[in-house]
Design a protein around this ligand. Structure first.
Ligand SMILES: C[S@@+](CC[C@H](N)C(=O)[O-])C[C@H]1O[C@@H](n2cnc3c(N)ncnc32)[C@H](O)[C@@H]1O
Length: 395
């Protein structure tokens, strides 16, 4: 981002702060200009040769041209900026970021588009497809699954005009999972089933994938449920949450947006009791089954967090810890009522610094104060990251 001489704001994609460009063509939008063709006059020392042949075209990873420790610094910059600009939160504890054990080959799932013989990701800012043979951020077994998926499709005499497929791998797999956005014809289904567990709309899949926690127990994830893409670093994130809860002597938690129990199971295993709330039925059922198999003292509620918080308030239930892990859009539907549940602590895990900052502002207005902010780089090579914030009630 730059400010041009006449005061307009200018954006250029895949440029690093401090670099100088000569712009040949630009698109004027309302309030800003986007450089569409330019050359670099001065390169940042942070610039590296991207470790991916598709970088620059593929819309999947936007930061592969930045050296990894510089990516971490810039993510902290984005976080600081959102907290101050959107959250109006200035007196903050020191921010830190946990690097990913692997800066490449870390993903356990990717979503590809299939269109007219191409299999890959959308180009940045376009509907065109980049045909991707191998993905630099996919774990080796996921990259192999991509090759096999491409080979199965290439052998088909005809395919639906366009569809999406999510490929997922887990340590428990004997075959990777492919989740299709369409109902496949018999031939395609039979060919895919030789290599994959196949999931598609309106047909429940019995098979689940399992991911190991540090404790030795497993997270069981159905095909349509959320699972973090970077399992190695997710384990550290979970550990940070559990250690934080134990250090604060929390005994009973409410885990909102619980998924298949990524936070609830380890919290229960470390001796807390609690309630997990999740909107996707299959994920909530998987969490419930894990709890009863491990004989853990928890409850899983399948439903909308807003309605559930309302019911818990009416029942005058109390929790000393509320865990929030919402999607990108944040937790506006519950944060305004959280203070009424009177938790001593809130642990907010977020994948979007802007909605996080907005919700933290609301929580601070309700009398919570921020104790600790720690980012986790679950998505190297992109501008995305997770942040875990600990808040304490000032009452
Ligand atoms: C970012 S994921 C986190 C899941 C889990 N905490 C984990 O770490 O794997 C967000 C979860 O919230 C669920 N969700 C989204 N909106 C919801 C709502 N309004 N009520 C209940 N669950 C919701 C999604 O289905 C998803 O499982």
């Amino acid at each position: 981002m730059a400010r041009a001489a006449e005061g307009r704001i200018g954006f250029a994609h895949r440029v690093i702060p401090g670099e100088q460009l000569r712009v040949f063509a630009s698109a004027r939008k309302k309030g800003f200009t986007r450089a569409t063709r330019f050359e670099l006059l001065e390169r940042s020392p942070e610039r590296v040769e991207p470790p991916c042949v598709y970088a620059g075209r593929c819309g999947g990873c936007d930061w592969l041209h930045i050296e990894y420790t510089a990516q971490l610094r810039h993510k902290l910059g984005l976080l600081r900026d959102a907290l101050s600009r959107v959250g109006k939160l200035d007196a903050l504890p020191e921010l830190s970021i946990e690097p990913s054990p692997r800066a490449l080959a870390y993903r356990n799932r990717i979503r590809v588009h299939v269109e007219q013989g191409k299999v890959g990701f959308r180009e940045f800012g376009s509907h065109d497809l980049v045909d991707v043979v191998s993905c630099a951020v996919a774990a080796p077994e996921l990259d192999r699954a991509l090759s096999r998926f491409r080979a199965v499709l290439a052998a088909q005499p005809s395919l639906p005009a366009s569809f999406e497929a999510e490929l997922r791998v887990a340590p428990s797999d004997d075959r990777p999972l492919v989740r299709l956005s369409i109902v496949p014809g018999n031939n395609l289904l039979a060919a895919l089933e030789q290599e994959f567990v196949v999931a598609f709309p309106n047909v429940p899949v019995e098979s689940v994938q399992r991911f190991p926690f540090a404790s030795g127990s497993w997270l069981t994830v159905p095909a349509d449920a959320f699972v973090q893409v970077n399992w190695e670093l997710n384990r550290l994130l979970v550990e940070a949450l559990v250690q934080g809860a134990v250090a604060r002597r929390c005994t009973r938690f409410l885990d909102l947006y619980a998924g298949a129990g990524n936070f609830s199971l380890p919290l229960l295993e470390s001796g807390l009791s609690g309630v997990a709330v999740e909107g996707i039925g299959s994920a909530a059922r998987a969490a419930g089954r894990s709890l009863s198999e491990l004989r853990l003292p928890g409850e899983v509620v399948s439903g909308e967090v807003g309605a559930c918080v309302q019911r818990l308030l009416e029942e005058r239930q109390s929790f000393d810890l509320v865990v929030l892990d919402p999607p990108r859009s944040g937790a506006a539907e519950v944060v305004t009522r959280l203070g009424r549940l009177a938790p001593r602590h809130v642990a907010y895990c977020s994948c979007d610094p802007v909605t996080l900052a907005r919700d933290l502002r609301e929580l601070c207005a309700q009398g919570f104060s921020i104790e600790q902010i720690r980012a986790f780089d679950l998505f190297p090579g992109t501008h995305h990251f997770e942040t875990l914030v600990w808040l304490r009630a000032e009452r």
